[in-house]
Write a new protein. Structure first.
Lengths: 249, 155
């Protein structure tokens, strides 16, 4: 099923991107106050939404890992966290580019939405750092799952921050011109497809990496058992070869 | 592509210990320390900047006028809506406009480019000082509109 979905996305993603770009830059009208610069909204908001989806997948996969102890869920959580961080960074970057001409500043320290989003990004950067610092796969998966579950608490805080505490320059959008609405929905769908496209590839890479790790551990375990390390380098090289074959498959 | 001989699965009864682990831990630990340092720096920046911006009191024009001489020369954040048009001082090139909260209004002067979201009726916030006659803003930000409406293309 994921392979079929990946193949479908291979076909759909490029036309969807072309349609989205055409709608955003040619079909949607200029905004009355912000004029043309507001068009980054069609990519900024969907990128942020995609990052929230990524962090939700991290949370769900982490729960499933702790319940089943299957490392496959840890691979999915790691992939979703990486892709989520990527989209969150893109969302913040595009927001800053938009804010400078409209608000008059790249970053407004007192804006609660900016602050909570920055902290959310740092939580998931910390999650990735934690993963990089622990070698043992089981321990790494367990620790990361705990951070992945608690870290998700930041997502509703970011979402509701501007809806509950109306401090700062971020508005709560209350209305869109019909043409803008259509463009926004198409761009949101495309961004979600693109997110899935990247995520599936990252999961496949994670599977390959996980296979290499298991094969390397097998090789070293065999070497220790035999007290003869002569075959170990060949086995490790073989594992890396298998991994590269998996990755390019 | 070179043929790879089949690799056996995990050998039963063995413990998978990675002999290279002691060598490998150094680099991740250094990276971890560096990453932690960057994160601490980023968090410190966020805390300090939000604290320093919170130190300057947020006031409306009526609150500013009510304070009277006590607010003269103090850095405050003035919030309100732009009333009327903008004039540009031909000598200093500073923008002069009025900010109102519906009950009182204050004349504001700002010496830099106006943000794109600035227009009559827009909600703005300026950080600066008041001398009893005019509010001199050092920074000025405008809020985005809450409803996006189609407008004419700006050439």
């Amino acid at each position: 099923m994921p392979r079929m979905l990946a193949r479908l996305l291979d076909i759909v993603i490029l036309p969807a991107m072309v349609v989205s770009l055409a709608l955003a830059f040619l079909y949607a009208p200029d905004e009355a106050t912000m004029h043309s610069v507001y068009r980054i909204f069609y990519f900024h908001v969907p990128a942020a939404a995609a990052s929230f989806l990524g962090f939700a997948i991290v949370c769900a996969s982490s729960v499933l890992y702790l319940r089943t102890r299957r490392l496959r869920y840890d691979v999915i959580a790691a992939a979703a966290a990486e892709v989520g961080v990527l989209f969150c960074t893109l969302g913040i970057g595009m927001g800053m580019l938009w804010a400078k001409p409209v608000w008059g500043a790249f970053w407004i320290p007192g804006d609660i939405h900016l602050m909570t989003t920055a902290v959310l990004l740092l939580i998931y950067v910390a999650y990735l750092m934690l993963r990089a610092a622990v070698d043992d796969p089981e321990r790494r998966a367990r620790l990361a799952a705990v951070v992945g579950i608690f870290g998700f608490a930041g997502v509703p805080i970011v979402y509701f921050s501007i809806r509950i505490v109306q401090v700062g320059n971020h508005p709560v959008l209350k209305g869109l011109d019909p043409k803008m609405q259509l463009t926004f929905m198409v761009c949101m769908t495309t961004m979600m497809l693109f997110f899935t496209f990247v995520l599936l590839r990252r999961i496949r890479l994670g599977d390959a990496s996980s296979a290499v790790e298991r094969l390397q551990l097998d090789a070293w375990a065999m070497m220790e058992r035999r007290q003869d390390g002569a075959d170990a380098p060949r086995l490790v090289a073989g594992a890396e070869h298998v991994a590269s074959a998996l990755a390019t498959k | 592509m070179a043929a790879v001989r089949p690799i056996p699965p995990t050998v039963p009864g063995t413990v998978a210990v990675h002999p290279r682990a002691p060598q490998r831990t150094r680099l991740p630990q250094r990276r971890f320390a560096l990453g932690a340092l960057v994160m601490v720096a980023a968090l410190t920046y966020l805390i300090v900047t939000s604290f320093s911006s919170a130190v300057a009191a947020v006031v409306t024009p009526s609150q500013l006028l009510h304070r009277g001489a006590a607010s003269y020369g103090q850095t405050v954040r003035l919030q309100g809506r732009v009333l009327g048009g903008v004039q540009t001082n031909a000598t200093t090139l500073a923008h002069v406009f009025t900010v109102s909260d519906g009950r009182a209004s204050v004349q504001v002067t700002y010496g830099s480019d106006l943000p794109g979201g600035f227009k009559t009726g827009a909600s703005v916030e300026g950080q600066g000082t008041y001398n009893g006659r005019v509010f001199t803003a050092y920074s000025l930000t405008a809020k985005c509109p809450t409803k996006y409406q189609a407008g004419t293309t700006r050439k």
